[in-house]
Design a protein around this ligand. Structure first.
Ligand code: HEC
Length: 170
């Protein structure tokens, strides 16, 4: 009897600890906001359209050509699926141990004094390399949870320009 009581207590305690850890994880970083109601009502550039829809105005799709297969199937095949409406990134679901980082102007090219960014500043060329080849400016490889993308040079140009546009010039 005493033993059963002890095992039950142990079970309850472990379960509560696991629950608290999970709550902690989600508290620190929530899943990306992909709600269409928060999308821009009208796209102000082709790059923005690509970020949200994965297509150009004429309906040309960009396509994942590498990375983990199941990751490339997420959402509608656009950056917003993982990096979110506000480009702040988030914890992916159901693989909640994977986090898509922020791809805001300040995360990519801004002042690295705050926010704890661990990569070099992107310019147009290195950002294009990250999107198509998965290489960061410092030469390190981005994890395969980030698909590698294929699109026309023109679309890539538009997307990169959109991501590197300082927010106040929008
Ligand atoms: C299926 C989810 C997913 C999609 C869709 C996706 N990404 Fe990512 N992205 C990630 C993850 C996860 C990482 C971090 C990978 C790692 O751990 O190294 C990442 C990393 C990045 C990085 C590197 C940031 C750094 O740390 O230097 C950039 C830039 C980026 N993504 C841009 C994009 C763009 C632009 C698109 C659309 C063309 C896109 N991503 C679509 C999941 C995604």
């Amino acid at each position: 009897m005493a033993k059963r009581w002890f095992t039950n207590r142990l079970f309850l305690m472990s379960a509560s600890i696991i629950l608290l850890v999970l709550i902690g994880i989600f508290h620190v970083q929530t899943t990306p906001d992909t709600n269409r109601e928060n999308w821009p009502k009208q796209f102000t550039s082709d790059g923005q359209r690509l970020y949200f829809t994965g297509q150009t105005a004429s309906g040309q799709h960009m396509a994942p050509r590498g990375g983990h297969h199941h990751m490339t199937m997420m959402g509608n095949g656009a950056c917003v699926d993982c990096h979110g409406t506000d480009r702040e990134g988030g914890r992916l679901w159901p693989t909640f141990w994977h986090v898509a980082p922020a791809v805001t102007f300040s995360a990519l090219a801004g002042d690295h004094g705050h926010g704890g960014h661990d990569h070099d500043t992107y310019d147009a060329e290195s950002l294009a390399g990250a999107i198509t080849e998965g290489i960061r400016p410092d030469g390190s490889t981005i994890g395969l949870r980030m698909p590698r993308w294929s699109m026309t040079p023109q679309s890539l140009d538009h997307l990169v320009n959109y991501l590197l546009l300082p927010p106040d010039s929008d």
